[in-house]
Design a protein around this ligand. Structure first.
Ligand SMILES: Cc1cc2nc3c(=O)[nH]c(=O)nc-3n(C[C@H](O)[C@H](O)[C@H](O)COP(=O)(O)OP(=O)(O)OC[C@H]3O[C@@H](n4cnc5c(N)ncnc54)[C@H](O)[C@@H]3O)c2cc1C
Length: 286
């Protein structure tokens, strides 16, 4: 195995593009190293992207949007008071990843590119309307986060492509986001269902919403029908009922030891309601 430490994204991309075998990028390593130890993957080229300048930066841009480096850990996001205030739901989702030790290493880009439908930060990234810069042999492009995962352990990234930054929009006034998951124990487990909601209010009426569900389909889902169910409402009982129904209808889950199809579907509706209420309260400054 060759271990590389490129100093630029174009070098990282060139190494991956010219590799004759399996490649993996090394961010926090909390998925890759575990997979290597368990012989799930033995990369021919392991490309450590943490030596590239600026990858650990959290930058607030002039228009109020945010750029997160691809090496920013969950702990660094959590400790950034202004970012946490702007996007508490994204930070609380990232905070759920593993333990304190994992938090010090794990990145939301690794969480996304590992391709797990149960990845905790991914619904929150999607609800936030996050995009990523992708750099590769054919140049650079901006991609919506929801377009990256294509199935369990699969992404839309082509050979030689990697993510070079995450972009989070400016947080508008009267807006809030939240993430909740269900796990059988209190921590250190994989989501049976996860739900993220981001919404904006005008005089208490929801004018914009994005609802994402995790662990109920081969990829994290952005569910437009859930958003439609609550836009134009003050999150009254009827809107919440429609939201739960839309969440349940979107589900296409697996049956496994963590939960049956019926249980996951039911929980998706319950979590969508609870998460929307939390995001709504936050948008009202509560
Ligand atoms: C004990 C333990 C508990 C965990 N608990 C949770 C949990 O509760 N919730 C959860 O969602 N996850 C959990 N995880 C999984 C893991 O911690 C997360 O998925 C984490 O966010 C991965 O980030 P990383 O930076 O460590 O990724 P890495 O392991 O470095 O990389 C993961 C994947 O992303 C790719 N990659 C990395 N950077 C890039 C890039 N810039 N461009 C393209 N591809 C890239 C790599 O090639 C690799 O395939 C847990 C893991 C452990 C070991």
């Amino acid at each position: 195995m060759n271990y590389h430490t490129p100093s630029s994204f174009s070098d990282a991309s060139a190494i991956a593009a010219s590799s004759k075998g399996k490649t993996r990028f090394l961010a926090g390593g909390t998925d890759v190293l575990v997979q290597m130890h368990s012989d799930i993957i033995t990369p021919d080229d392991l490309i450590d992207v943490k030596k590239i300048q600026g990858v650990k930066d959290i930058t607030k841009n002039k228009d109020g949007s945010w750029t997160l480096g691809i090496g920013v850990s969950g702990a660094a996001m959590s400790e950034h008071a202004e970012f946490k205030k702007a996007w508490p739901g994204l930070v609380e989702a990232t905070d759920l990843i593993g333990s304190t030790q994992i938090q010090g290493r794990a990145t939301i880009v690794g969480n996304l590119c590992n391709g797990s439908p149960a990845a905790d930060s991914v619904p929150a990234q999607i609800a936030a309307g996050a995009t990523v810069s992708v750099i590769g042999p054919s140049g650079e492009r901006i991609e919506k986060v929801e377009n990256i995962p294509t199935g369990p352990s699969k992404t839309s990234l082509k050979k030689g492509e990697l993510i070079s930054a995450v972009h989070i929009p400016a947080r508008e006034k009267n807006a809030g986001d939240a993430y909740l998951r269900f796990i059988p124990r209190t921590e250190m487990d994989i989501a049976v269902v996860g739900c993220a909601v981001s919404l904006r209010l005008d005089n208490g009426i929801i004018t914009e919403a994005r609802v994402a569900l995790g662990a109920v389909a081969p990829t994290v889902l952005l569910v437009d029908e859930c958003a439609k169910a609550i836009i134009g409402t003050k999150l009254d009982k009827a809107a919440l009922k429609r939201l739960a129904q839309a969440a349940e209808k979107a589900c296409n889950p697996i049956d496994d030891k963590r939960g049956t199809i019926e249980f996951r579907t039911d929980i998706a509706g319950v979590l969508a309601v609870r998460t929307a209420k939390k995001a709504y309260d936050r948008a009202q400054g509560k």
